[in-house]
Design a protein around this ligand. Sequence first.
Ligand SMILES: C[S@@+](CC[C@H](N)C(=O)[O-])C[C@H]1O[C@@H](n2cnc3c(N)ncnc32)[C@H](O)[C@@H]1O
Length: 231
Amino acid sequence: MAKHKLRQFAEIENFKNVFHHLQHTENIPEFKLKGKWNSTYFNNSNPLVLELGCGKGEYTLGLATNHPQKNFIGIDLKGNRIWRGAKTALETNLNNVAFLRTRIENIEFSFAPQEVEEIWITFPDPQPQIARIKKRLTSPRFLQHYRNIMKPGGSIHLKTDSELLCRYTLEIIAEQKLTLQQHSSDLYAELSSRIPEVQKSYPTETFSIQTFYEKKFSEKGFKICYIRFSL
Ligand SMILES: C[S@@+](CC[C@H](N)C(=O)[O-])C[C@H]1O[C@@H](n2cnc3c(N)ncnc32)[C@H](O)[C@@H]1O
């Protein structure tokens, strides 16, 4: 492994805003902060928001800056990516932020029923192969994991450059009779062409925060799809 990655892995072990719950066994123990993120870590009762597959954590940091009255947890498998977001949060004293290294499919071991208010899924791998449909983060299997930890009516936000994942997610929403709250297949075209009142109906974050992957794909001219729905 490259030297700088090893250094990052060693550093995040001591970051007070990074937690690890990576299990390789079948009998996964419950994480010590399950059901206690607010009472034990954030020390308040503010709404808890997750970013799944947060990468370097741009969204988690941006959301936390925009909403000091909410708590944010960025979740990813990869420690070296989380390192970037966690270090920035520490350097800027962003105390309403934490990062968790875990598998999204094991999320119920880290969060209790109804502990989570909102979920953001930012530029996930679209998993285009049919054989990997179950790995899409908006597949019924993953939605069931979210249902087990979310408050009823809480929003799930998806931003993606993938037309396939956008279409797939809309199909699942219709099939499962979920509530579609907002949808744009070409977010930035819509925002630039429509009257300010309509623009205001989008959460500011849909256009004011851009992740590493969003920048990469926007620069290549890809349309950005945004979907907000509840379970
Ligand atoms: C395409 S990247 C997007 C990263 C970031 N959201 C962005 O927009 O720049 C997808 C991220 O999801 C993480 N990821 C993929 N599958 C995961 C899983 N099952 N559990 C946790 N993280 C996962 C990867 O490690 C990666 O950082």
